[in-house]
Design a binder for this molecule. Structure first.
Ligand code: GLN
Length: 488
């Protein structure tokens, strides 16, 4: 098998056996990245020199006996993670020239494990979007069909994986931004339990919902990344003291007696029949292995999108107030006084979707509307959490589609924000509750577009859902397929 077709687990074995070096591996992928950039636009920055230096260091560590499974494995970070001495843009003109003075904890941990960073991946501006079309650096194209979106906001991560430009990437998920692009691009992504992965150095969008996580070809590869990424971080006040885990050791599960809940709310109107069929077939596979399938109800899922679009903009309006053109970020050249400098810098630096969210957020937090919108949304959030609590009293995991459709065409929803927001109808409740969920490939449409199965677990069931994803992937090959022409 060619190097770029291998996942993390296979590459780790090859590096261990000295079939190839980390430098050879990174070099091969950097060449593919260079060739793909015009067609796919998955990267905002490519750091060839740094990557080759890190790869060289990894080869030396190995020569000295270091056997970390991630040693020498290349990845790239979503450009929302701060990387010291490198440009970190968050997909925005606001930070187009920002050089971070420090590394995010996730970046530091993966680097500590010996991973080689190839660059920074394209994304929706400030992670606001479901199609990667809000990026200041231009849209990313879906390698399965370049007229279609890769999903968002971690669209660069998902597209780079699908185009076989790298075996692993980081993403972040505030309302679906790991799972939805994973589904659209035929790759695997985990949104971990809130608090298991540090948010330090991850540019904040909506802090009570944001969670970084791994994206890769398979659940087993995601587990290897989680071994290094997860764990308590004193620099993040919402980081869980027991966040660490041995995710890769929890794979290889027996499915006998596993109780799988299937919510009818995830199979109603608006779900593409081809997606429904592929997801039902995957659930039937679990049944064939001894799992028990039970209906569950998530009645408040109907309110998840509207609740999210009050709470996430409210938090964003506060988080994004730091971008004022004074301390750092884009500064307008045409301002009359200080007030005008703030206004102009923010107007010029933020794109339309970000401005829309700041306006909505400021509105729902304002004195006259706080009770009607923000407080009400917090109450509905509690009900959504309660739905999951009740369901998980009866079942071990919940399965359903990750998205209502396969990847849509570029431009198809960009003029209609609400249609765009509904792309996350099956992913958002998970963030509001703070539970973990995995998205993995479970089939293709007649047009050859990937379909994603979503497996949701209770708090700290990250190991369990990765194990269930891995079990399915040991008996299926959807996750091994790659687009013809490989996006080149
Ligand atoms: N698509 C959702 C939004 O636009 C979720 C984004 C995310 O998870 N970062 O807010």
């Amino acid at each position: 098998m060619e190097l770029h077709q291998m996942g993390v687990t296979e590459l780790a074995a090859g590096l261990r056996k000295k079939d190839f070096s980390a430098v050879e591996l990174s070099d091969a992928l950097l060449q593919r990245i260079r060739k793909s950039q015009d067609a796919i636009n998955a990267f905002i920055s490519v750091s060839e020199e740094l990557a080759l230096a890190q790869a060289n260091a990894a080869d030396q560590r190995r020569a000295q006996g270091d056997a970390n499974p991630l040693l020498g494995i290349p990845l790239a970070h979503k450009d929302i993670f701060c990387t010291r001495g490198q440009r970190t843009t968050c997909g925005s003109k606001m930070l187009a020239d920002f050089i971070s003075p420090y590394d995010a904890t996730v970046v530091q941990r993966l680097q500590g494990a010996g991973m080689v960073s190839l660059g920074k991946l394209n994304m929706d501006e400030f992670a606001m979007g479901s199609s990667n079309e809000t990026s200041f650096f231009g849209p990313v194209r879906n390698p399965w069909d370049r007229a279609r979106v890769p999903g968002g906001s971690s669209g660069g991560s998902a597209a780079a994986l699908a185009a076989r430009l790298l075996p692993a990437a980081t993403g972040t998920d505030t309302g679906g931004s790991i799972r939805q692009p994973a589904a659209f691009c035929g790759v695997t992504g985990l949104k971990p339990t809130y608090g298991r992965v540090s948010r330090y150095g991850m540019i904040a969008f909506a802090s009570s919902l944001d969670q970084g996580g791994p994206m890769a070809r398979s659940a087993a590869d995601c587990a290897l990344l989680m071994d290094a990424m997860a764990g308590h971080d004193a620099l993040d006040s919402t980081s869980h003291p027991q966040g660490a885990g041995r995710f890769s050791a929890a794979l290889g599960r027996n499915l006998q007696g596993l109780r799988i809940g299937v919510p009818e709310e995830f199979f109603g109107d608006g779900l593409d029949p081809e997606v429904a069929q592929a997801v039902q077939d995957a659930i039937q596979w679990y049944a064939s292995q001894g799992a028990e399938i039970r209906p569950v109800r998530l009645p408040n899922n109907a309110h998840a999108v509207s609740t999210y679009y009050v709470l996430a903009p409210a938090e964003a309006s506060s988080n994004l107030s730091r971008f004022d053109g004074v301390r750092y970020s884009h500064r307008s050249a045409v301002s009359a006084d200080l007030q005008d400098l703030y206004l102009q810098s923010r107007y010029e630096g933020f794109g339309p979707e970000v401005r829309r969210r700041i306006l909505i957020g400021s509105y729902v937090l304002s004195a006259g509307y706080y009770d009607a919108y923000y407080r009400k949304a917090q109450q509905v959030r509690a009900l959504i959490r309660e739905d999951f609590r009740r369901a998980f009293a009866e079942v071990d995991v919940i399965m359903g589609p990750a998205t209502p459709s396969t990847a849509f065409a570029l431009g198809a929803k960009s003029a209609d924000p609400v249609a765009m927001y509904l792309a996350d109808i099956y992913t958002i409740a998970v963030n509001l509750a703070g539970i973990p969920a995995l998205s993995l490939p479970c089939g293709f449409s007649k047009d050859g577009l990937p379909i994603g199965l979503q497996i949701m677990g209770d708090y700290f069931a990250d190991e369990l859902i990765l194990g269930l994803g891995d079990a399915y992937q040991r008996d299926s090959d959807w996750h091994r397929r790659s687009p013809s022409g490989e996006g080149q």
